[in-house]
Write a protein that binds this ligand. Structure first.
Ligand SMILES: Cc1cc2nc3c(=O)[nH]c(=O)nc-3n(C[C@H](O)[C@H](O)[C@H](O)COP(=O)(O)OP(=O)(O)OC[C@H]3O[C@@H](n4cnc5c(N)ncnc54)[C@H](O)[C@@H]3O)c2cc1C
Length: 450
């Protein structure tokens, strides 16, 4: 019997780790990537592997801070005004989730999925997939003692998942641990088990290993449609500009672009994923060495030391799916670095700049599971601030799902069916009557019944 063939749409960290897990289970893997493999949100992010930071973005208090910050160009969170009904709905759904009950439920679901994260990263390294990675822990640093006390108390929520809150460090003790911290820091705490890695090196290593093991990786090859038996809810192939590729199963892993790809398959599928743009500033060489990752809490800026550079990453900007670099937001990150780190220049021109779209769902949980109405199409997208962290556990679970047909229990809270299905195309089988003209990554495409 020939090996089953899976076509993965999206060559970011989620698509590549899923490819790795599926190949290990005997699937022939094809990865379609519209641009460069690893060139989306997975490229220039902070690279933290942080199961202890399993808290979802919608949280108590976020409505107030987002309303306070939303009009400011240089705030950690910016919601650019735009006339888009879909986004208005998304925002309302997000705000509705900013309560204690939903927050705790999403935290528990994410922490449970994260239980295997570190072991799976170890297994990847054990299998010879080599990339730049460190086990230096993570230091939270604060300028406001009240914020420090508040965040430290919140760590208690993670006790059931095996995290014992570490002691609070005073300013001097924090500086002793990390001499790069300046005098404005009044204290912090250190999480010893968290890790970090160089994200573009991880995707490079995964892609090389997949190719060496016989996978078919196709950069600059967007999925532009699907050949499907719509009454039976099965996809037979994925269309590309160079022709169709037969598929026994399909995984949609196109990050913030996933809703557009899913619409090519079935306009009734609801996947409310918005781009939460973040920025990265690379200082190479760094103005001064930094020993371990630091979270500058007030500014929501991550400081990541990597070989030959220090990366400052942060901000969340809802302005649609675009790669515009907004100078005010870049300047705010540089200023946050200068305010917290000793001898750090406030001038952003000292760094190279990058932006990438975090794939954000309104409930703060990724969508992982079968696409409603389709029996051989799964989705793994919407990993928000935690895609690097959650990638191996997501990949393991989704590979089990496609191989056995059963979703592991940890995936239940992530079921894409929780968003429902649009009734706009009513009364017939999956995708019936579907015919749409759309655009994927700016490219006009036509999709129709295959
Ligand atoms: C500033 C910043 C800092 C971050 N820091 C961290 C961190 O420290 N730790 C952490 O865990 N997470 C972090 N994240 C989040 C993390 O980067 C994302 O969650 C993760 O990269 C998402 O991976 P992905 O594979 O789903 O999406 P992507 O990496 O965006 O990959 C999706 C791919 O799909 C491709 N694609 C789109 N349309 C098509 C199509 N039609 N056909 C084929 N391919 C298509 C795109 O070109 C893209 O390459 C950060 C994000 C940002 C922006």
């Amino acid at each position: 019997m020939p090996e089953p063939r899976v076509v993965i749409v999206g060559g970011g960290v989620i698509g590549l780790t899923a490819g790795w897990e599926l190949a290990r289970r005997g699937w022939r893997v094809t990865v379609l990537e519209a641009g460069e493999v690893g060139g989306g949100a997975s490229f220039g992010n902070a690279g933290w592997v942080v199961p202890a930071l399993s808290d979802p973005v919608p949280a108590p208090g976020v409505v107030g801070s987002s309303l306070r910050w939303m009009w400011r160009q240089d705030s950690p969170l910016r919601i650019a005004p735009r006339a888009d009904l879909g986004f208005a709905r998304w925002l309302l759904a997000f705000w509705r989730r900013c309560n204690r009950r939903d927050f705790r439920a999403a935290l528990a679901a994410t922490a449970a999925l994260n239980r295997r994260t570190l072991a799976l990263y170890d297994a990847l390294a054990g299998a010879g997939v080599r990339f730049e990675a460190y086990q230096h822990g993570l230091l939270f640093a604060y300028r406001d003692p009240k914020a420090l006390a508040h965040d430290h108390r919140a760590l208690d929520l993670l006790r059931p998942f095996g995290l014992d809150p570490p002691p609070i460090l005073g300013g001097d003790a924090a500086r002793e641990r990390e001499p790069a911290l300046g005098d404005a820091i009044v204290g912090g705490f250190h999480l010893p088990d968290e890790r970090h890695l160089r994200p573009d090196d991880l995707t490079r290593a995964l892609a090389e290993r997949l190719a060496a093991d016989g996978a078919d990786l196709r950069p600059h090859t967007p999925a532009i449609g699907f050949d499907a038996d719509r009454s039976g809810g099965r996809v037979r192939g994925v269309r590309t500009p160079g022709g169709a590729i037969p598929a026994g199963a399909v995984l949609l892993a196109a990050g913030a672009w996933t809703p557009g790809v899913a619409r090519l398959l079935d306009r009734r599928v609801r996947l409310p994923i918005e781009a939460g743009k973040g920025y990265g500033l690379d200082y190479a060489p760094p103005p001064r060495p930094v020993g371990a990752p630091i979270y500058l809490h007030e500014a929501r800026v991550a400081v990541t030391p990597l070989a030959g550079l220090v990366r400052l990453a942060g901000t969340m900007e809802f302005s649609g799916l675009n790669a515009r670099l907004v100078p005010n937001r870049i300047a705010a990150i540089a200023r946050a670095g200068a305010a917290a780190l000793r001898d750090w220049p406030p001038d952003p021109a000292r760094a190279t700049h990058w932006t990438g779209p975090r794939p954000m769902t309104p409930d703060g949980l990724p969508a992982i599971g079968l696409v409603p109405g389709w029996e051989n199409v799964a989705v793994a997208a919407g990993h928000a601030m935690l895609g690097i962290t959650l990638a191996p556990a997501t990949a393991e679970a989704v590979a089990d799902l496609l191989t056995t047909g059963d979703a592991p229990p940890t995936l239940r809270p992530f079921d894409p069916a929780r968003f429902g299905r649009s009734r706009r195309v009513a009364g017939r089988g999956p995708g019936a009557g579907f015919r749409e003209r759309g655009r994927v990554n700016g490219r006009p495409v036509a999709a129709d019944d295959g």
